[in-house]
Design a protein around this ligand. Sequence first.
Ligand SMILES: [Zn+2]
Ligand SMILES: [Zn+2]
Length: 224
Amino acid sequence: MKEDIRTIPINDIFMEKKGCPFCTMEKMLEKIQVDYIIGDAMMEPNTRIETNKKGFCHRHFSMMQQSGKKLPNALIMESHLQEIIDALPKGKKPDKKFLAKIKELTHSCYVCDRIESNMNHLIQIVFTEWKKGNDLQNLYKDQDFICLEHYGKVLENASGKLKGKDLTDFYETTTNLFKNYLLELKEDTTYFCSMFDYRNQGKDWGKSINVIERNIEFLTKEKP
Ligand SMILES: [Zn+2]
Ligand SMILES: [Zn+2]
């Protein structure tokens, strides 16, 4: 069975209210995908053909390894290595075709690609739910924030999918979640910096205390 994302309850993700909801979505997809690849995918020759061709990024190979499933990992690696061996050039000069293949292999990841396409699918579901009205709209408005990358990604897709008032409402809500947090973060960061002034010694750090971690979370989502 292919990994099934249809069962992911969109509203539950927005109910969680822990950081950027789209980051939560992506982490969930990542876990499903890694579990699938060292689990059910072992029975799917078509998936293996694709993983042989694309390989995995360091992050996802590491996650697969951390699963502790040694034989599935080794079998995937064995056929992946064979794919590279089969492409080895025979000539005495650097082979452009082979070098291009290496470039492709080192810049592609089966798991990253699946996350990307499933993420696009889930964002479409968010728009569909948004159009239905209250339930999701209320949950959406209550989020902590939308991170920089997902603000861009979500709005890029919104224009094609939402129209009229749906689009302006969605744009306004998403922008508020993004902008308010951006301004708050800037203020907390400035406060944090000011705490290094000797005149402020002994003052309360307040919510600026973890501002560096929060900046990283907002500016760069954990790269899948
Ligand atoms: Zn995000
Ligand atoms: Zn990856």
